[in-house]
Design a protein around this ligand. Structure first.
Ligand SMILES: [Cu+2]
Length: 130
């Protein structure tokens, strides 16, 4: 009775692995944040950024002039400091705890780095535009 179940599980795992390959996701399921992020089906690049003790990870994200991308912030630390975020000269957002929060960013066509920082400007990160 155990063998068919195991086989099924194995097949499912394989299908998942193949599915991941189809999406061009060649990185293994490591926990290190990838500053490049991933491009979704909508063609928009999403970059996960953790807002935790010690600041933002990653804190350097590559970008191109005129690019529209989405930063997906997840706050993992309590405290006033990281509970707010401001990207570029945009508005201040409240970051919920442990819940991905998307902020859309359009890099100026003329270029120039886009900075993001916590409410009190103690921690910051940069979309590095070249
Ligand atoms: Cu702060």
């Amino acid at each position: 009775m155990r063998t068919p179940t195991l086989l099924l599980a194995l097949v499912s795992t394989l299908a998942l692995a193949l599915g991941a390959c189809d999406k061009g996701d060649k990185k293994s399921a490591g926990k290190a944040p990838d500053p490049q992020g991933t491009v979704g089906a909508d063609g928009v690049r999403r970059v996960a950024v953790q807002a935790g003790k010690g600041g933002y990870k990653p804190d350097k994200i590559p970008g191109k002039p005129g690019e529209k991308l989405i930063l997906v912030f997840t706050r993992t630390a309590e405290g006033e400091c990281l509970s707010q975020i401001k990207v570029g000269d945009g508005k201040v957002h409240d970051l919920p705890m442990n819940t991905p929060y998307e902020i859309e960013v359009t890099i100026p066509p003329a270029g120039g780095d886009v900075r993001f920082a916590c409410g009190m400007d103690m921690y910051s990160g940069t979309i590095v535009v070249n």
